[in-house]
Design a protein around this ligand. Structure first.
Ligand SMILES: [Zn+2]
Length: 250
């Protein structure tokens, strides 16, 4: 049966620890004090590593040179050991707009990933246009992600909101595209949040479940026997989001 989790940050533990989740996915950034997580430590099954905002970008050789990528990896792996988690999730990286963006490349990502032999480490499906800068991740099709899995030796995690942005941007049929990602990449762990066409259509707004048009209900109903862990990452999370996801998985 699919377990339902919630993404948690050091500053919202008090609030979300009271919700009816089966587990938590804890955000870990270099230098984070992990002690606030102690009250939920038995229920942490995943670690979300640092993202671009913390200068982690596996496609950017400069981030590697400055040490921020390695620090992000080390802090996440240390936390994973401490809490005995099942998975560690990272974004693969982006072609950054602005500073040193022209140096970003996929080979940099592949070489970093090949150096880490940790089967807990997963790469997340990210939007082709990400963050307010609309940084680009050049892979999007199911075949692209199969290639990424092969080249990095890492399993892939689905973020259904990110995949929906790809479907809008690339004019893919959302249910077919997301279903094929799950089947062909053998996806077992996913992130769930809603979004819609606001702004340019590529806004990852992390809306409550059912407030956008991501096919969350259809996909969960169709693939409930395949998905083992479903982590909700909506902005204003409440028990209502958990109840809806639980209903779709029944
Ligand atoms: Zn996500």
């Amino acid at each position: 049966m699919t377990k339902i989790g919630i993404r948690v940050f050091p500053d919202n533990i008090e609030k979300v620890s009271k919700l009816e989740a089966d587990y938590f996915e804890a955000a870990v950034r270099p230098g984070n004090d992990l002690s606030p997580y102690n009250i939920i430590k038995e229920k942490i099954l995943g670690i979300h590593g640092a993202i671009l905002m913390q200068e982690c970008n596996f496609m950017n050789p400069l981030r590697k040179k400055l040490g921020t990528n390695d620090k992000s990896l080390t802090s996440a792996i240390e936390a994973a050991d401490k809490f005995h988690v099942q998975y560690i999730i990272f974004h693969p990286g982006y072609i950054e707009r602005g500073v040193y963006g022209e140096r970003c490349n996929l080979r940099q990502l592949y070489s970093t990933m090949n150096q880490i032999k940790d089967s807990r480490l997963l790469l997340e499906i990210v939007p082709v246009f990400a963050y307010k800068e609309r940084n680009i991740f050049p892979l999007h099709s199911v075949d692209d992600y199969k290639h990424l899995k092969e080249k990095t030796g890492k399993n892939i995690m689905l973020d259904i909101g990110h995949a929906m942005i790809n479907a809008r941007a690339m004019k893919y049929d959302p249910i077919q595209y997301i279903g094929n990602l799950i089947e062909e990449l053998d996806i077992k762990i996913m992130h769930i949040a809603d979004n819609d066409e606001r702004k340019d259509g590529y806004e990852d707004s992390h809306l409550s479940i059912g407030k956008g048009n991501v096919p969350i209900e259809e996909i969960l109903k169709q693939f409930k026997s395949k998905i083992e862990l479903a982590t909700i990452e909506v902005n204003q999370i409440s028990n209502k989001d958990i109840e809806l996801v639980r209903k779709y998985l029944e």
